[in-house]
Design a protein around this ligand. Structure first.
Ligand code: MN3
Length: 383
């Protein structure tokens, strides 16, 4: 029986890779819904190839060409943020893949989980913002989250058949990004182009900047905390510049399990879509005899203060991880716009974590309000 799926963010890096996976496993999946932010041309192309029931396009200026082109194909076109949320609420699917970028992905995750729909989750910000809320909803409705993030997919694969109480440590690996060895005194001169040049992974601009500041690893610590219910003091980060080991799990007896592969997001995407099966693929395989030496180092928290900020946010709990996430996100956009320096990103986050109105058990409305607060905070504090 083919699985009915929706793909949110289908024209982004994760969405395109997901449709590549679906294309080679076409007997396994029916694509029911697609959504895009503003790339109308790409969305049309995907809709014509995969024939979904409906698509949503968030940017209203891009909607017209999509509506005109898909009307004659009898594919429904929904528009705006409401259109996206309507698709997130569809219940005639087995699985929703959330490949949205940033905090905008939180509400769709919550909506699908409320309907008991399983979620293949690439949008880590959902869990960083609303991990507690989502975990509670999933417990009630039986919705399951299948991680797409490569580190979390690795941990998940290492944990198949294991009991959480037998795990002593999760070891998240990270490449260290493009500035692992750059002279620290020159960090304030880092340009947008330099930060967008990731050594191993080819990704969207938000996550690429997060990788350069290593906030991505910080967000992944929070994500791992909610996905695997492992306390923060049992989550370690190890820098592994080659990105071949995608993460590891250490058991109580000292046995360490690792998951390896070429750095290609199609592998974790496919596993999240086909779990518990590992179906055949035709893409590049890992060749250990040619991939070179693998090296490992401790993370440099002086160079990358975002890592410590993320651990601090987990320790404080409540709205602290959410404020870390939203202020990071808007700071990244300001940096991409050349409005602030690379080194301002952690400074703004630290300040916001001190100044924001902390709530112990935030509601979804509190978190949506916090997002607006974070946006204003970044604009008002951008020196
Ligand atoms: Mn990752």
């Amino acid at each position: 029986m083919a699985k009915n799926i929706s793909i949110l963010g289908s024209t982004g890096s994760i969405g395109i890779n997901a449709l590549n996976v679906v294309d080679h496993l076409s007997d396994e999946f029916n694509v029911m819904y697609l959504t895009a932010y503003k790339n109308g041309e790409k969305l049309i192309e995907q809709a014509l190839a995969f024939r979904p029931k409906a698509v949503a396009i968030v940017d209203e200026n891009s909607a017209k060409i999509v509506e005109e082109r898909l009307k004659v194909e009898h594919i429904e076109v929904l528009v705006g943020r409401e259109g996206l949320l309507e698709i997130a609420g569809k219940t005639d699917i087995d699985l929703m893949l959330n490949g949205l970028v940033g905090t905008s992905g939180m509400e769709p995750t919550v909506i699908a989980a409320k309907s008991g729909i399983d979620i293949a989750l690439s949008n880590k910000e959902s869990l960083v913002m609303a991990g507690d809320i989502i975990a509670n909803i999933c417990e009630k409705t039986g919705a399951t989250i299948f991680p797409i993030d490569s580190e979390h997919s690795a941990i998940w694969q290492c944990l198949v058949g294991e009991k959480t109480e037998d795990v002593s440590r999760i070891i998240l690996t990270g490449s260290g990004g493009p500035f692992r060895t750059r002279d620290l005194t020159s960090f304030s001169n880092i340009t947008v182009d330099e930060a967008l040049n990731h050594p191993n992974w080819n990704m969207g601009s938000k996550i690429t900047i997060d990788s350069a500041t290593m906030m991505n690893k910080g967000l992944e610590v929070v994500e791992a905390y909610w996905l695997f219910k492992i306390p923060a003091n049992q989550i370690d980060i190890v820098i592994h510049p080659q990105s071949i080991i995608h993460s590891m799990v250490e058991m109580n007896d000292g046995s360490v399990k690792a998951q390896l592969g070429v750095p290609d997001m199609k592998i974790p995407i496919q596993y999240a879509l086909t779990y518990p099966r590992h179906l055949d693929t035709f893409w590049e395989r890992l060749d250990l005899t040619t991939c070179g030496d693998l090296s490992f180092h401790p993370p440099d928290t002086e160079r990358f203060p975002c890592i410590q900020l993320a651990f601090d946010s987990l320790e404080k709990g409540g709205t602290s991880p959410a404020v870390l996430n939203v202020v990071n996100e808007y700071s990244v956009y300001q940096f991409l716009d050349n409005k602030i320096k690379f080194t301002d990103i952690p400074k703004l986050i630290e300040k916001a974590m001190e100044l924001h109105h902390w709530i112990e058990n935030p509601s979804l409305e509190d978190l949506i309000h916090l997002e607006k607060w974070g946006e204003t905070f970044v604009i008002e504090n951008n020196y």
